[in-house]
Structure formats: C-alpha cells, structure tokens
Design a protein around this ligand. Structure first.
Ligand SMILES: [Fe+2]
Length: 135
C-alpha cells in the first residue's frame, strides 16, 4: 500500500512543478516499499540516492523560476529547501556508513515535510506565478 497518495488539492497551478511533486510522491512511496519489503541494501541505497538527486533538481528549478520572476519569498523558501536537503543528505550519509535502518518515523517525516511544504510554502508561489501568467 502506498504511503502517500497524490491529491489534486496539492496542485500549485504550475504544471511542471505539479509533475515534479507527483514524481517526488512516487519516489517516497518507492523508498517506503523498499524499506517495508526488507529489500537488499543496494536497492535502498539507489532509491535514496534517486530521491536526493530528484529533490535537488526540483528545488533548483523552483528557485530558478522564483529568481527569474523576482519572487520576494525566495530567500525564505530556499532556507526550507536547504533544511530538507541537509536532512536527506544526513540519511544518505548514515546509509553509506552502514546504517541500513530506515524507520517509519523517517518516512512519515519525509511525507509530512512534502505535504506541508507544498500546501503552505509552494502554494504561495502558485498564487504569485499565476498572477504572472506562468502555468
Ligand atoms: Fe519548494
């Protein structure tokens, strides 16, 4: 069973970022599945690495568009992004160091972080970009 189901209420009204967010939901679900099924260590590592790489790409794209449009909330938004990148990088470092435990608390943290970030912080740029005609 998926940990996290996409809902249209998460839409930020910017098509490319909705697409990214849907992929992040998929990656979090894949990580959850890898954890629950007790998959081999390499599977967990590659899924975690995939989540980190995709998250970095997505955050960079959001920040690039916010910067291009002179969005006033960019600095605060970037700080939220950096906190998550730090957190997932710590998870990856633990994994590389041989800690194979990925707990349900960690999965719930990732899920809740993404939901809250989309519903509060990303929705704010959604309103802004809409006013600029970005779809
Ligand atoms: Fe964001």
């Amino acid at each position: 069973m998926a940990l996290f189901n996409w809902s249209d209420r998460y839409s930020v009204d910017v098509g490319v970022f909705d697409g990214h967010h849907k992929r992040l939901v998929e990656l979090i679900n894949e990580l959850h599945d890898a954890m629950r099924s007790g998959h081999a260590r390499d599977m967990l590592g590659s899924t975690l690495k995939g989540l980190i790489d995709y998250t970095r790409m997505h955050f960079a794209e959001e920040e690039r568009l916010m910067s291009a449009h002179g969005y006033a909330g960019l600095a605060a938004h970037r700080i939220e992004h950096e906190k998550l990148v730090t957190k997932v990088s710590e998870l990856h470092a633990k994994y590389v160091a041989g800690d194979n435990t990925l707990t349900i608390e960690t999965m719930n943290f990732l899920k809740d972080w993404l939901i809250n970030h989309i519903l509060v912080t990303d929705k704010q740029y959604g309103v802004f970009f809409k006013s600029r005609g970005v779809v």
